[in-house]
Ligand binder design. Structure first.
Ligand SMILES: [Zn+2]
Length: 206
């Protein structure tokens, strides 16, 4: 079940250009929440942490959506608004966080289904995990198969019909609409070199 909680958390103004995809995260901290009440309490704890420890006072909870092992997912930031989950690229990506530490384990199948459902609801494909994007110094979202089966997998990384040049065109098309502070000088779209999987792409902005 996916629950919309936009009213309970700070919303930022809509971006001029829509997000181009989803970035996946894990929260690391694990409340071991079992009930909906415990899950909601954790959302507020993350909001408090991001606001008061991280200093994102005008945004609060940095992700757009969080999913729990129960399979319940919560939408806390409206689509196509900027939050704080991926350095220098928040204007480009919608952020979904899997609650828990997945350095050495995987989210439950129910959580993964919830993540898929949210991606479908917002009409965006998963383009990578946090660490897959340029200049992100992090191990997030841990070591699990967030991009591909076996197992429940997450989403098809990209539509097979979408080539790097297609994505480049999309990115360039969006550029004129970006706010000045976010408008890069140039955009390259290249396959991630990481594991040679040509289906995984990154948008490099320089
Ligand atoms: Zn992350």
């Amino acid at each position: 079940m996916i629950t919309e909680l936009y009213d309970l958390f700070t919303q930022t103004p809509a971006l001029i250009a829509p997000h181009i995809g989803v970035a996946i995260h894990h929260t690391v901290s694990d409340p071991e929440a079992e009930t909906e009440d415990e899950e909601r309490a954790f959302l507020h704890a993350v909001d408090d942490y991001h606001r008061n420890v991280r200093g994102w006072t005008t945004i609060g909870i940095g992700y757009h959506a969080l999913v729990f092992p129960s399979g319940r997912g919560y939408l806390v930031g409206k689509p196509n608004t900027q939050r704080a989950h991926i350095a220098d690229r928040n204007h480009l990506y919608y952020g979904i966080a899997f609650v828990g530490d997945f350095s050495n384990s995987s989210p439950t199948a129910a959580a993964i289904r919830a993540g898929q459902k949210i991606s479908e609801m917002v009409g965006l494909q998963v383009l990578g995990g946090h660490r897959d994007f340029p200049d992100q110094n992090t191990a997030c979202p841990g070591n699990w198969n967030y991009m591909s089966p076996p197992g429940p997998g997450l989403l098809e990384p990209m539509s097979p019909s979408m080539s790097a040049s297609d994505l480049a065109l999309i990115a360039r098309k969006l550029l004129p609409g970006l706010p000045d502070y976010a408008r890069p000088n140039n955009v390259d779209v290249e396959p991630l070199p990481k594991d040679g999987d040509a289906k995984r792409w990154t948008v490099t902005i320089r």
